[in-house]
Design a protein around this ligand. Structure first.
Ligand code: NDP
Ligand code: 8X3
Length: 251
């Protein structure tokens, strides 16, 4: 029997591609997001491969997070692999022009949401003396770029939380690691630019961005290493990208 994988932000992009890959490998899945129609579609699409349970909650709502996880039926209760993926950038402004609601969204979702989900799942991993947590960070958690201020801060926080989690859970035999992608073509920029499709498309124009399937593949590699191997921190960029601000559009 394969281990149960719990994926936040499974309705789109990296989370969805990860759900699809793990489903094909036969892992029981708990898939989370806020868009119920997408959760239903995923459930229908993936149930031919594996057992799927969907949970609809906003990671910002700590009571909803705990209730959703408490509500899991017994075949899904024992979570062995947690992929902390839900998150987005909201806006891209100088600090002086930044929007307070965007700042709240990024810190509440990318940082506090990740903490709430982890806090609800870690106790049973400790009780089972096993578990694997993969935190989806970003190159934005390794460097800062102009107008990236608060998004970068949120991902730097994920980097710190990843390290802290690994230290604190070490005594319990729980593996913790981060996957930090560069530019991946998903709904990320459409969310960041609030539906301005042209602006979102321009982000990925003129070079081959990473695909969400590339990150899913890496997450699968990370979790299929032998137990004594923990990929603690991994950075992956498109070949065309050298840093947040250097992208070769002439390849
Ligand atoms: P998408 O916008 O395609 O997916 C984001 C996912 O997060 C969706 O499934 C969305 O589901 C979920 N989500 C967003 N807000 C909430 C919330 N408040 N509560 C619950 N779920 C939420 O973007 P990506 O796939 O690109 O992003 C996934 C992760 O990867 C993020 O953490 C992002 O920061 C990170 N990342 C992305 C990169 C990129 O270039 N695309 C690069 C580096 C890191 P729903 O709306 O249904 O709730
Ligand atoms: C997403 C990558 O460069 O758009 O985390 O911030 S970037």
């Amino acid at each position: 029997m394969k281990k149960t994988v719990f994926i936040t932000g499974a309705t789109s992009g990296i989370g969805k591609a990860t759900a699809e890959l793990f489903a094909k490998q036969g892992y029981p899945l708990v898939l989370c997001g806020r868009r119920q129609s997408r959760l239903d579609e995923l459930n229908q699409e993936l149930s031919s491969h594996t057992k799927v349970h969907t949970l609809n909650f906003d990671v910002r709502d700590k009571a909803a997070v705990q209730n959703a996880i408490d509500s899991l039926p017994s075949p899904f209760k024992e979570i062995s692999i947690l992929v902390n993926n839900a998150g987005n950038a909201h806006g891209m402004d100088t600090i002086q022009e930044g929007n307070l609601e965007d700042w709240d969204a990024m810190l509440d979702i990318n940082v506090k949401g990740l903490l709430y989900v982890s806090k609800a799942i870690i106790p049973q991993m400790i009780a089972n003396k096993s578990g694997h947590i993969i935190n989806i960070g970003s190159t934005a958690g390794k460097e800062v770029y102009p107008k990236g201020n608060v998004y970068c801060a949120s991902k730097h926080a994920v980097d710190a939380i990843n390290q802290g989690m690994r230290m604190d859970l070490n005594q319990h035999g729980i593996r913790v690691g981060a996957v930090n992608p560069g530019l991946v073509e998903t709904e990320f920029s459409a969310v960041r630019f609030k539906g301005d499709e042209q602006r979102a498309e321009n982000v990925y124009k003129g070079f081959q961005a990473l695909k969400p399937e590339d990150i899913a593949d890496i997450i699968h590699f990370v979790v299929t290493r032998p137990y004594h191997v923990n990929i603690a921190d991994l950075v992956v960029m498109p070949t065309a990208q050298a840093s947040s601000t250097i992208v070769n559009k002439n390849l």
